[in-house]
Structure formats: C-alpha cells, structure tokens
Ligand binder design. Structure first.
Ligand code: PLP
Length: 400
C-alpha cells in the first residue's frame, strides 16, 4: 500500500473520542453505560434556528456560499461581537468556517512555519497540540496548576515565550477544567503579551456563555485594546446554542491575518453550508434567554456533582467557574487496587477501570496534558449524573 504522509505521524485520534467509542461498544453489547465523556450539550438546537435553515432551503439558498461567510452571517457575527464583547469588526475582519475547530486549523496552517512554537496553557483541549503538530509547529505546554485555580500565571507565560513563539492560545472557560479568567487575570496575561509584539493570541471563547455564580466572562481584545491588532477572537454556535452537528465557527481579527485565514479556508472547504449559516444567523440574532436558562441548569448540575464528589474519599474537585466540565484530582487513589483487580498507577488506569468495571465513561487527565486527574462532563441529564456519581462512589469505595 502506498504510504500516508509523514505529517500524520504525530497526530492521534482524540482520547475523548476514543472513550466515547468505547462507551458505544459497551452499549452495543446491551450494557447500560453512563457517558460522562462527551463535550456536547444535551439540549436541542433552538427551534427558530432550525426553522431558519428550513426556510432558507425552501427559498433556494442552496447554491455555493461565499467562501468566507455569507454577508448576512458576517453581519450577525459583527453584531454579536459588538453586543457581547464590545469589539468592532468590519466584514473583511471575519471568517466563517466549519466549526471552531476548523477556524483554529485554518489559523495555524495560515501562520505556522515548521518549528514555530505555539504556547498552550495546560491542561487543554486535546486538538490544539495535534493541529499545531499537523502544521509542523511545536506545541509548548505551560502548566496551569490546580493551586492556581487552573489559570495561566503571567510569570509562567513570560517564561514560555521564545523568539520562535508565533501564538499564545487561550481558552477560558477551559476545557477540561472549567476554569475562567476574571478581568484582572486577563489583564495580567495581556500585560505579558504587550511585551511581545511578534506573538499573536488566539482566544477560543467557545464556552463564553457557560459561566456561573454571576461570573463575568471577558475576552482579551476587549480587556486590552492595544492588543486588538494581534488577537484572533474565535467563537462558534456549537456549545452556546447546542448546534454541534451544524458545524459553524467564526473568528474576528486583524485584516491581514483574516485574509490569510480566508485563503486557507477557501482551499480546504468551499465555504460553510448555506443552511447552517441561515440557522446560525437566527441563533445569534434571535432571543437569547435560552442562554441564561441553560446556564442555570448547568450550574445546578455542576453543584450537584461537586457535592457528590466531595463525599468520595480519594477524590478532590476544584470548583469550576464555567464550561460543563469538572476535573477531579485522583492522586490519593494511586497505588490502590480496584474490586476487579486492576492496579491504579495512573489516571488512565482509573478511567479504564471505571468504564470496564462500572460502565461510566470519563476521560483521563493525561489526554489534556495534566495528571493525575480525570474529566467529568455534566452536559447530560440529572438522572445520568446521579447514576454516574453513584457508580463512581462505589468504584472508589471498593478500592483497597
Ligand atoms: N474549542 C474547545 C475548547 C472545545 O472544547 C471544542 C469542542 O469540544 C471546540 C473548540 C470545537 O468546537 P466546534 O464544535 O465549534 O468545532
């Protein structure tokens, strides 16, 4: 067989996707699996978004789209950035792609030469490092320890930047920890970036609307306007509007960078589905009450799971400000043996034992670049969370 490209050698299938796959296999055998591994809202897409897509299809909006986003979509994104982030962009400062993931992929491909470094606060979403490696770049991980609330400390950021640094990636609220940055936290990060004029910042704000206890979300270009020309602000409709399957993400940034990203976007897709764009316009421009309603449901779930975890000996969970994840520390269980006879030496052993012996799917911290932790997603029903917590409690209690 002819060989595949060398550039794929360091790129792996995501651990959360692998765990979701294992959960599906067990379910196919008739086993009742509790899936706490998927980062996907369990709510439906808002009806007005679905109706807008249907109306667009009936009206004949089914031809090739403009490559970088329809004028209506760009206008809705510009309104969103102004309304929610106090950021002003022109249409030539916006690109629409097939999900936030594709925005990041395009941005990295458009800018990274082999050997260029991308500073990634860890733990982090599994795809960042793989995307950077795909482009021949070098991911540089900067630990955001639990005792710093899983936030990026200015001194650690400063120490990670070298003459080869091309990007800093930010993702607060964070996947997998749920940590979010206050304005003061963000201002400290911005202060460092002001000192490095050759480095861009990509801020992945996909969890913007999932913050709890009156926490106020902020984004770096708004906090420090002097960075406006070096910040790519990325967002999408997947998490906020429960539109993961529609595949739409977007970004706003400086004109020249956007032109380069738009070029890559035009080469690797013929633009984003017209029907998806019609739905996303309706989501961004339509009633926003559902964001608050859903965020309050997520908060109830977060508090429930935190309460249950607090009762489990051997686990310690930091209270996250946002997203729909909890990232418990399981270091106290290292060295124990499960009821099924599995020796727990790592967080991988812990999550594998949990899924095989108690059929609860979670993801090991190692997948996100920080051990010994595991990620619980509470983007699922209270019934599932209750059952999942019961099983996790039993699993830990039975360890010797
Ligand atoms: N960024 C982060 C931090 C995520 O966790 C995810 C999905 O899990 C994405 C981006 C991908 O979003 P999209 O569905 O828009 O591609």
């Amino acid at each position: 067989m002819p060989a595949t490209a060398d550039r794929l050698k360091n790129v792996s299938i995501s651990a959360s996707a692998a765990m979701t796959q294992r959960a599906r296999e067990l379910a196919a055998q008739g086993i009742k699996v509790v899936s706490l591994s998927s980062g996907e809202p369990d709510f439906p897409t808002p009806r007005h978004a679905i109706e807008a897509a249907y109306a667009a299809a009936l009206a004949g909006d089914t031809k090739y789209p403009t490559m970088d986003g329809t004028p209506a979509m760009k206008a809705a994104i510009i309104r969103k950035f102004k309304r929610e982030n106090n950021l002003t962009y022109e249409p030539n400062q916006i690109v629409v792609s097939g999900g936030g993931k594709q925005v990041i992929f395009n941005a990295v491909l458009a800018t990274c030469n082999p050997g260029d470094e991308v500073v990634i606060p860890a733990p982090s979403w599994v795809s960042y490092a793989d995307i950077v490696k795909f482009a021949g770049g070098v991911p540089v991980s900067v630990p955001c320890p639990e005792n710093a609330g899983f936030k990026l400390r200015a001194e650690d950021l400063e120490a990670a930047i070298t003459p080869r640094t091309k990007w800093l990636f930010l993702n607060f609220p964070n996947n997998p920890t749920g940590a979010a940055c206050s304005r003061a936290d963000m201002a400290a990060i911005a202060e460092v970036m002001l000192r490095h004029p050759n480095v861009w910042t990509l801020t992945d704000d996909i969890y913007e609307h999932l913050v709890y206890d009156d926490f106020e979300f902020c984004t770096i270009a708004e906090v420090e306007p002097r960075l406006y020309d070096r910040v790519l602000t990325m967002n999408g409709v997947s998490k906020a509007y429960a539109m993961t399957g529609w595949r739409l993400g977007y970004c706003g940034g400086p004109k020249d960078l956007i032109a380069a990203i738009s070029n890559v976007n035009g080469q690797n897709s013929g633009g984003t589905s017209t029907l998806t764009q019609a739905a996303a316009v309706a989501a961004l421009d339509g009633p926003q009450d559902l964001l608050k309603e859903r965020s309050s449901i997520y908060k109830t779930r977060r508090d429930y799971v935190l309460g249950r975890l607090a009762e489990i000996q051997g686990l310690r969970a930091h209270k996250p400000e946002g997203a729909f994840y909890i990232f418990p520390n399981m270091s106290e269980l290292i060295g124990k043996t499960t009821k099924g006879g599995r020796k727990i030496e790592t967080d991988v052993d812990f999550v594998m034992g949990l899924v095989e012996e108690h059929h609860v799917a979670t993801v090991q911290g190692a997948a996100y670049g920080m051990s010994p932790y595991f990620r619980i997603s509470y983007a699922t029903s209270m019934e599932m969370l209750e059952e999942g917590c019961n099983r996790i409690a039993q699993y830990c209690k039975d360890m010797k």
